[in-house]
Design a protein around this ligand. Structure first.
Ligand code: KG4
Ligand code: ZN
Length: 334
């Protein structure tokens, strides 16, 4: 639950229930398990959010729920719960795009004014966006194959790390030498602002499988490979973002420049460090959500909903759950 006030955003509660344990035996998300797990916890999570915020239903001005994109079983559960509250209490409903939640997530902890250049890096997406205002955003580039988080997860699995393994993988990489393994450098110096991680993912996963199959290889080899993967991903994100920064700065001609990195991969220290550096080099103020708001959370969806509501944007109770839902149109920036 969030409150939009004259002095900025206040997060009253943000309850996150994870299902990692249920999916872990399968090494990835199983759609049927995900949908069932949502039904089991939704009421408890909503109750807990109300208790932690110290609020009752009468204190609400509106209800925001994610309407996509994503596995539609879970999305339907959350959206139906949001609709039920809106209907029962006579409140406006805002159907929020999950990516718009990530786009506003840095605004939960710091004042980040619009417009800004956004790198959204999560398990399913890797996009560079020009965010112009509430719900207004243009896509400058995106991955042509896998998302950065997907590459991280696949390689972590090949290294024998538990799913989803973000922090575990970062810890392993911290003790490694990233220069030992040479990995493909996709799209280096190429025009445009797209990304590609599938070559890196396949090459590193093959190396990782070799290391884990051969008992003679030690922990150090795994750490070196984890470090090489992390720096290769951070390097590509920084290189492609630097190109977009240069073009965006030309387009904005001397006006203030802000850069935001958001999404689960923005929790990674090496990724943050590489992007902090290119932002400074290109004259951009750098912003990233606090760690708790990088990975999926309730507060970012509530904030996206509250901002939409304040701008007079709301949805009908017939708002559909959408497995696919592009939230930005492509644009040309040269
Ligand atoms: O935004 P998010 O929570 O969910 C999606 O919308 O996809 O992002 C999850 C992704 C996963 O691929 C996870 O491995 C990655 O974020 N991630 C990390 C770290 N923490 C989470 N990747 C690298 N380093 C981390 N510390
Ligand atoms: Zn997400």
């Amino acid at each position: 639950m969030v409150r939009l006030g004259p002095h900025g955003v206040q997060v009253l509660s943000s309850v996150v229930s994870t299902q990692f344990a249920q999916h872990a035996p399968y090494g990835g998300v199983v759609p049927e398990i995900a949908a069932r797990a949502h039904v089991e916890v939704i009421d408890v999570v909503i109750d807990q959010a109300m208790v932690e915020a110290g609020a009752g239903y009468g204190d609400l001005d509106g209800v925001a729920a994610t309407a996509g994109p994503g596995l539609v079983g879970g999305v339907m559960v959350g959206l139906s719960a949001g609709k039920a509250i809106a209907l029962a209490r006579g409140l406006p409903l805002v159907a929020v795009n999950h990516l718009e939640g990530h786009a506003v997530s840095a605004r939960l902890s710091e004042a980040v004014d619009y417009p800004f250049l956004l790198l959204l890096v999560s398990g399913g997406h890797c996009q560079l966006l020009s965010v112009e205002g509430v719900g207004v955003c243009r896509r400058l580039g995106s991955t042509i194959d896998d998302a950065a988080g997907e590459a991280f997860d696949k390689i972590a699995k090949a290294l024998g790390l538990p799913y989803p393994g973000g922090p575990a993988r970062e810890k392993l990489a911290a003790t490694g030498d990233g220069s030992r393994f040479v990995l493909p450098r996709a799209l280096l110096g190429r025009d445009g602002f797209d990304f590609s991680f599938s070559g890196l993912k396949t090459a590193a996963a093959r190396l990782a499988e070799g290391l884990t199959a051969d008992q003679a290889h030690c922990e150090q080899d795994r750490a070196d490979l984890a470090a090489a993967v992390q720096s290769a991903i951070a390097r590509q994100l920084a290189e492609r973002t630097a190109r977009a920064m240069a073009a965006y700065a030309r387009e904005r001609e001397g006006r203030s420049l802000r850069f935001v990195v958001a999404g689960g991969v923005a929790a990674n220290g090496a990724v943050r460090a590489a992007l902090t550096k290119v932002a400074a080099e290109h004259g951009f103020a750098f912003f990233a959500p606090s760690l708790a708001y990088c990975t999926d959370n309730a507060a970012m969806i509530a904030l996206a909903g509250a901002e939409r509501l304040a701008a007079g944007l709301k949805d009908g109770l017939d708002a559909p759950a959408r497995p696919r839902w592009p939230h930005a149109s492509p644009t040309l920036l040269r």
